[in-house]
Design a protein around this ligand. Structure first.
Ligand SMILES: *[C@@H]1O[C@H](CO)[C@@H](O)[C@H](O)[C@H]1NC(C)=O
Ligand SMILES: *[C@@H]1O[C@H](CO)[C@@H](O)[C@H](O)[C@H]1NC(C)=O
Ligand SMILES: *[C@@H]1O[C@H](CO)[C@@H](O)[C@H](O)[C@H]1NC(C)=O
Ligand SMILES: *[C@@H]1O[C@H](CO)[C@@H](O)[C@H](O)[C@H]1NC(C)=O
Ligand SMILES: *[C@@H]1O[C@H](CO)[C@@H](O)[C@H](O)[C@H]1NC(C)=O
Ligand SMILES: *[C@@H]1O[C@H](CO)[C@@H](O)[C@H](O)[C@H]1NC(C)=O
Ligand SMILES: *[C@@H]1O[C@H](CO)[C@@H](O)[C@H](O)[C@H]1NC(C)=O
Ligand SMILES: *[C@@H]1O[C@H](CO)[C@@H](O)[C@H](O)[C@H]1NC(C)=O
Length: 910
């Protein structure tokens, strides 16, 4: 479908108008007329095209004239809310396809005679809320398809019958809110053969209805004359061969009904008015035979009148009356036989009167009576001690009366009663075993708002009972299982019945609910159930809705709901629960709504919702929750509506998980602005909504750790592994880096081969000679060929000297002394002597002339004291390794050591 504005459309000009514009001479006299025909500017009408034609909506555009450039195939034209005053008989000449034409709320005062004549397809015409005083006669005579005509809200003073189409097409004629003060039968004659759904003359100024005024209305569903000023209704006005389904004369200030003069009535002229409504009016009494003549009327509605007196002949003549509504009148009593003429009565409504006494024989002889509404009266007792014997009665409402007890015979004749309401009386009664025994067909029973009700076996015959409401009265159950036989009960309401936990589950371990195997909904709001016993609800295997709000519950036994596998809604709000058992809901797989708001618990057990995947509404507002355990298993199968407001949430890092979970899950937070951080939060967050709390601003590391932990662990592992595999390479590189950065800037004693007798003095024990020969010597030859003057252990000591002196000499005269440390060497006493000599020399020269080379990795504990001392002063040492990179590093370090002797200050206390 395409939407466009008029401006884009080809302009359709009425040919004469166009010609006249071109020629410059206007055949039509006045300027408005010219403007009306040819509109050079776009109008801003909204056009909708379809196969059937174009819909043009030109509302609220301040138009003064009907646009002349609409598509010719326009079928719907809405010109409402503009400023059109006149419709000219050329206005629609080019729009002959129009089916619906709406000119609502303009300033129409004048319609030219032939204005609608071209619109032969017109079905719907609305001229509501304009300023029409009359319509030209013949206005719609050629609109033979016109079906709905809306003329409400004008100032018509007559029914425009001469303007109506010359066909029987009209189905709806709306003349509400005009100024029509008189009507005559002939006004309706053009509608004689029409099949009307509605004819409305509401809110006019009718003050009189002539005799037989509707006699031409042969077939009409609803005829409304509400809110006129008739003041009196003459039944004679209604005569005629009319057939009106529903005639409404409410709000017409009628205070009296004038009956027919029997003798003057011809019997063939009795009207058919199925439903006659006279509500509201000011009728105060109904004289004998008032409605005589309306013997085809089924429903008479007399609500909202002032009727205080009726006799037992008031309704005679209403032979076929099935429903009589006398609610909201001023009746104080009814005489016996009041309805004796109305054998077909099925429904009598007497609600909201002042009826204080009601004798059962008022209703005698009504074989079809099924519905009796006596609510809001002043009945205290039924006069007769006999039962009402009305086997047909199915609905009886006696609520809001003044009954103090229910006479045990009262209901015995109502053997087919389906609904009984005796709520809102003043009953203080231990019901007799017999009071309700005959009510085998009862499906609904309301006994609410009484003073006290003693329940014995009264329900035992109600095998069909489906709804029972006993709320708002003190209840006393004398049998242990009052519901044993009410196996069909679906809804049981016992609100504020002053029940205690022990009433529901007795000492003898029996639940009061035994027998309620069909129960769907149980409402126990407002009782005193502080310590519910585990078996209380076990008979309720079909229960879906359980309401335990405001029950002063303090302790929930973990298995209290264990038999309720069908539970879908559970209300535990407004109790005093301080702790929710972790496995409370393990069998409630169907639970969708859980309300535990306004209690006193501070913790949601982490696994509480393990068994409730379909929960979608969770109310935990108004508790003492300060934090939610991380990884609490909230249900997540659908969007969860969560009300957690009015809890003292502590917006600290402990709440991080919850806040992040809410942000990342399908959770709809209810009352976010009342879900606030408590004073125990981070200072900046106190009293702000928790949903504005961003824990990552405070708890970064944790958050990073939490989110990156797996990654970080892997990365670290990789680094460790790589570092381990390449530790020597890494050390080598770091060594070179250090070298590059620091250079050789330290105060040092550079190698000068000339200065020393020996370049290198290597001290080791015999056991390590293998390493020296296999490793050290070849490398020295290859990589350090300049090192020619080397003392290779004891072999090269000066033989002529004493051993100790020779050691001293070698050490003193070498540029560098190297000691090879191994597990063997450190056990050797002579080796330790050599070490001591070397260190003493070190101290003497204050030069780092000694290097320890570890041939193997020796445990700290096994190291001799001297070695540890040496190492603790950051003295140079090197570790031999089998790793190739490690060896590279080793030789690089060696090379560096051989290049200089660093000076130092602090001596080693040897
Ligand atoms: C045109 O208006 C008629 C009557 O209001 C309506 O039923 C129809 O759907 C409309 N067509 C388009 C295309 O809007
Ligand atoms: C149009 O209206 C004028 C004046 O109201 C009237 O004289 C004329 O006959 C009308 N034309 C038609 C075609 O009805
Ligand atoms: C209604 O009609 C009466 C005459 O029937 C007239 O006096 C009165 O002004 C009209 N009221 C309006 C609002 O047109
Ligand atoms: C209604 O139908 C009857 C019988 O066909 C006919 O005589 C009468 O003229 C019709 N009335 C109208 C207003 O068409
Ligand atoms: C209505 O009353 C008339 C006259 O008493 C009688 O001829 C006609 O049969 C009655 N119709 C019904 C439906 O009772
Ligand atoms: C319950 O119903 C059974 C059979 O439907 C009946 O035999 C029994 O008497 C009833 N119990 C009471 C307490 O009426
Ligand atoms: C969610 O619902 C589907 C059926 O609607 C069910 O198959 C699935 O197991 C549910 N998921 C969970 C976590 O219970
Ligand atoms: C919450 O408060 C903010 C800011 O005051 C406001 O914009 C928002 O509409 C409020 N939301 C509700 C649900 O009240």
């Amino acid at each position: 479908m395409l939407v466009s504005t008029v401006s884009r459309m080809p302009v359709f000009l009425w040919s004469v108008g166009a010609l006249s514009l071109l020629s410059g001479s206007l055949p039509f006299v006045d300027v408005p007329r010219q403007l009306g025909f040819v509109s050079p500017r776009p109008h801003g009408c909204c056009l909708k095209f379809s196969d059937l034609g174009t819909n043009a909506t030109c509302t609220s555009l301040d138009l003064r004239y009907v646009p002349q450039d609409l598509p010719m195939n326009t079928i719907m034209l809405d010109l409402s809310y503009n400023k059109i005053t006149t419709l000219y008989n050329e206005s629609f000449v080019y729009l002959i396809d129009i089916i619906s034409l709406w000119v609502i709320e303009n300033r129409l005062q004048r319609l030219e005679e032939g204005v609608f004549q071209p619109l032969i397809h017109l079905k719907e015409l609305s001229l509501q809320r304009n300023r029409l005083l009359s319509l030209p006669s013949g206005l719609l005579s050629s609109n033979r398809r016109l079906s709905k005509l809306y003329l409400a809200g004008n100032q018509l003073s007559f029914i425009p019958s001469s303007s109506l189409p010359l066909s029987n097409s009209i189905t709806l004629l709306d003349l509400d809110s005009n100024n029509i003060s008189t009507i005559s039968p002939h006004d309706f004659s053009p509608l004689e053969n029409c099949s009307l759904t509605r004819l409305s003359l509401m809110l006019n100024a009718l003050h009189d209805l002539p005799s037989r005024v509707f006699s031409y209305l042969k077939k009409i569903d609803t005829l409304s004359l509400k809110v006129n000023v008739l003041s009196e209704l003459h039944i004679s006005s209604l005569l005629g061969n009319t057939n009106i389904q529903r005639l409404s004369l409410g709000g017409c200030k009628i205070n009296g009904i004038v009956p027919l003069n029997h003798s003057s009535v011809t019997l063939d002229g009795l009207p058919t008015i199925i439903h006659l409504s006279l509500a509201p009016n000011k009728i105060s009494s109904i004289a004998d035979f008032t409605f005589w003549g309306l013997n085809r009327t089924n429903v008479l509605d007399l609500r909202f009148n002032r009727i205080s007196v009726i006799s037992n002949r008031s309704f005679c003549g209403l032979d076929q009356m099935m429903e009589l509504d006398l609610s909201l009148n001023r009746l104080a009593s009814l005489t016996s036989g009041t309805f004796s003429c109305n054998k077909m009565l099925q429904r009598i409504k007497l609600a909201f009167n002042n009826i204080a006494s009601f004798s059962t024989d008022i209703l005698s002889g009504l074989p079809s009576l099924s519905y009796l509404d006596l609510t809001h009266n002043k009945l205290g007792d039924v006069v007769s001690n006999d039962s009402m014997i009305i086997p047909s009665l199915e609905y009886l409402d006696l609520s809001y009366n003044e009954f103090k007890l229910i006479n045990k015979f009262f209901l015995r004749g109502l053997t087919n009663l389906k609904l009984l309401n005796v709520s809102q009386n003043e009953i203080r009664d231990q019901y007799s075993d017999y009071t309700f025994t005959k009510l085998e067909y009862l499906t609904e029973l309301y006994l609410t708002n009484e003073d006290f009700q003693g329940i014995n076996t009264v329900f035992s015959s109600m095998v069909r009972l489906s709804k029972l409401d006993l709320s708002f009265s003190k209840l006393h159950f004398s049998p242990k299982s009052p519901f044993q036989n009410t196996t069909s009960l679906v809804t049981l309401v016992m609100r504020e019945n002053q029940l205690k936990s022990t009433h529901l589950f007795s000492m003898s371990n029996k639940s009061i609910f035994i027998g309620l195997k069909s129960l769907n909904k149980l409402d126990l709001r407002g009782n005193y159930l502080s310590f519910l016993q585990a078996g209380t609800f076990s008979p309720l295997v079909k229960l879906r809705i359980l309401c335990l709000s405001e029950c002063s519950i303090k302790v929930l036994s973990p298995r209290i709901f264990s038999s309720l596998a069908f539970l879908s809604s559970l209300y535990l709000d407004q109790n005093e629960i301080t702790m929710i058992p972790e496995d409370l809901l393990q069998r409630q797989h169907r639970l969708t709504v859980l309300d535990i708001s306004n209690n006193e618990f501070d913790l949601i057990p982490r696994t509480l919702f393990n068994g409730t995947p379909f929960l979608h509404s969770l109310y935990i507002d108004g508790n003492k929750i300060s934090k939610i355990e991380p990884k609490t298993m909230f249900p997540s199968n659908s969007t969860l509506s969560l009300d957690a407001s009015r809890n003292p949430f502590s917006c600290t890092c402990d709440l991080s998980w919850f806040v992040q979970w809410v942000r990342s899950s399908n959770v709809d937070i209810i009352h976010p602005n009342d879900t606030l951080c408590s004073p125990s939060s981070f200072e900046e967050e106190v009293h702000s909504p928790i949903m504005t709390f961003h824990p990552e601003q405070y708890c970064g590391i944790n958050v990073l750790a939490a989110t990156c932990a797996p990654f970080a662990v892997v990365l670290l592992a990789v680094i460790c592994f790589m570092a381990y595999r390449n530790k020597w390479w890494l050390n080598y590189k770091i060594f070179l880096l250090k070298l590059a950065i620091c250079g050789y800037e330290e105060i040092s004693h550079d190698f000068d081969s000339q200065e020393y007798e020996y370049q290198l003095n290597i001290m080791y024990i015999e056991d390590d000679e293998g390493w020296v020969n296999e490793v050290m010597k070849p490398v020295l030859q290859e990589r350090f060929p300049h090192l020619q003057k080397v003392v290779w252990g004891d072999n090269n000591l000066i033989i002529s000297m004493f051993y100790i002196n020779a050691l001293h000499y070698a050490t003193d005269n070498s540029f560098k002394t190297v000691l090879l440390i191994s597990y063997n060497s450190i056990d050797d006493a002579w080796f330790l002597t050599k070490l001591r000599i070397a260190l003493e020399h070190l101290n003497d020269t204050r030069l780092d002339k000694v290097i320890l080379i570890f041939l193997e990795d020796i445990e700290d504990d096994d190291l001799p004291y001297l070695v540890r001392l040496f190492l603790s002063r950051n003295k140079p040492y090197m570790l031999w390794t089998k790793n190739k990179d490690g060896q590279e590093l080793f030789w690089a370090q060696f090379e560096k050591s051989m290049s200089k002797n660093k000076a130092f200050n602090n001596v080693i206390p040897v």
